[in-house]
Design a protein around this ligand. Structure first.
Ligand code: ATP
Length: 401
């Protein structure tokens, strides 16, 4: 369990509370296309309002690289939050984030009111965890609350630097929930514990593979990373995505699984095509072949039908499932079948099911299985680093209980 001071442990009545949220939502033509992160932030915000705090929200959005970019303004977030909360969230438009406009907006606040600051990454110091901007942020408030799990794997001014200059730094409900779900799954799982890893490259998830192998009972590998494992088994993988430098590592992982008595499931068949679809959702001709029968001029782009069944069966007998990364090029409906089959098997089980953010979270939500999962993480990178067993700087910086 997370041993950090939370919003239940602090008194905010009449105080200015700076809340670091993760409002890094996808935008298209100024409209928010996925508001899960906004909804996930509401419990903490509502609690602080109810407790009579002056609630000053801040977040980054995209990568403006240290300068004001109107298309990355948080203004649309303030508008949508106003609707979701049923109370005004005043937007403190300010190119310096903590400039005269922001300061005036904060000074005018009454208890229970909410202000949203401009995109913290408008300031070049933000991602460098610079002292000056950290102090400016701290000067706005008496209490700091970090609820931005999606940024917890980074040490930036608005989630780490600021904590040095405030008396109280607590975590919010979302942060607590994320760490409790992921922490329990990895360190105290109800067994059998099945971990499913997909996505593009082995290299991106080396430490996750090694760490999860120690913690889980069964590790399932799909997506582009599976072909490096198949190559390590001595199979022909054609033109599939392969990390040649990691073939040795995959062999080591297969040996490790055997030594530890863990099941490491790899595709037994695969969906192949002549080339990567271009554009990605192009209609392409595919066929399914055995994992050791990929022709030299073909590319594996999804797990095959037998593999999908095998993986779904492994999920059926699990009591805890953690899933990160798609099983194939799911952006293309023809190559999404493996990812859909796995998502469906998670939706149908009674096990605790945890989706590790990013692409897998998007896939599960798009397929309409979102409410069938025990927990969908709001942080892709952060959840991965957590699954690697790393300490998250954004969490570490909060006060201990
Ligand atoms: P998550 O966001 O859930 O953490 P991820 O984004 O880290 O997952 P990535 O490593 O970025 O996962 O990989 C996702 C990408 O991998 C998708 O864009 C998908 O198209 C691609 N992919 C999956 N299978 C293959 C494959 N067989 N060949 C090439 N690319 C693949």
């Amino acid at each position: 369990m997370l041993n950090k001071k939370s919003v239940d442990d602090i008194n905010v009545k009449g105080k200015k509370v700076l809340v670091r949220c993760d409002f890094n939502v996808p935008l298209k033509d100024g409209k928010i296309t996925d508001e899960n992160r906004l909804v996930a932030a509401l419990p903490t915000i509502k609690k602080l309002i109810a407790d009579g705090g002056k609630v000053i929200l801040c977040s980054h959005l995209g990568k403006p690289k240290g300068e004001p970019k109107p298309e990355l303004s948080l203004a649309p977030v303030a508008a949508r939050l106003t609707e979701l909360l049923g109370q005004e969230v005043k937007f403190a438009a300010d190119p310096n984030v903590v400039g005269p406009n922001a300061k005036a907006a904060v000074e005018a606040m009454k208890d229970g009111e909410v202000v949203l600051l401009e995109n913290t990454r408008y300031r070049v110091e933000e991602t460098k965890n610079g002292e000056a901007f950290s102090k400016e942020l701290a000067s706005l408030c008496e209490v700091f609350v970090n609820d931005a799990f999606g940024t917890a794997h980074r040490a930036h001014c608005s989630n780490v630097g600021v904590t040095e200059y405030v008396d109280t730094a607590a975590v919010g409900y979302l942060m607590q929930k994320e760490i409790d779900f992921l922490g329990n799954a990895v360190n105290n799982p109800t067994r059998p514990f099945v971990a499913i890893l997909g996505g593009a490259k082995v290299a991106d998830k080396l430490n996750v593979i090694a760490n999860l192998l120690e913690k889980c009972d069964t590790l399932i590998i799909g997506g582009g990373m599976a072909y490096t494992f198949l190559k390590a088994k001595g199979y022909e993988v054609g033109t599939s995505l392969v990390d040649d430098e990691k073939v040795g590592y995959c062999k080591e992982m297969m040996d490790k699984a055997e030594k530890l008595g863990k099941k490491l499931l790899l595709p037994v068949d695969t969906t192949i095509a002549a080339a990567f679809p271009n554009p990605i959702d192009a209609e392409i001709e595919v066929s399914v072949v055995a994992a050791d029968g990929i022709p030299a001029d073909k590319m594996g782009l999804d797990i095959g039908t037998e593999t999908a069944k095998l993986y779904a069966d492994a999920v059926k007998s699990a009591k805890t499932v953690v899933w990160n990364g798609p099983m194939g090029v799911f952006e293309n409906p023809i190559l999404a079948k493996g990812t859909i089959a796995v998502a469906k098997s998670l939706a149908e089980t009674d096990a605790t099911t945890i989706i590790g953010g990013g692409d897998s979270a998007a896939a599960v939500n798009q397929l309409g299985f979102g409410d069938k999962m025990s927990h969908i993480s709001t942080g892709g990178g952060a959840s991965l680093e957590f699954l690697e067993g790393k300490e998250l700087p954004g969490v570490a910086a909060a006060d201990d209980k």
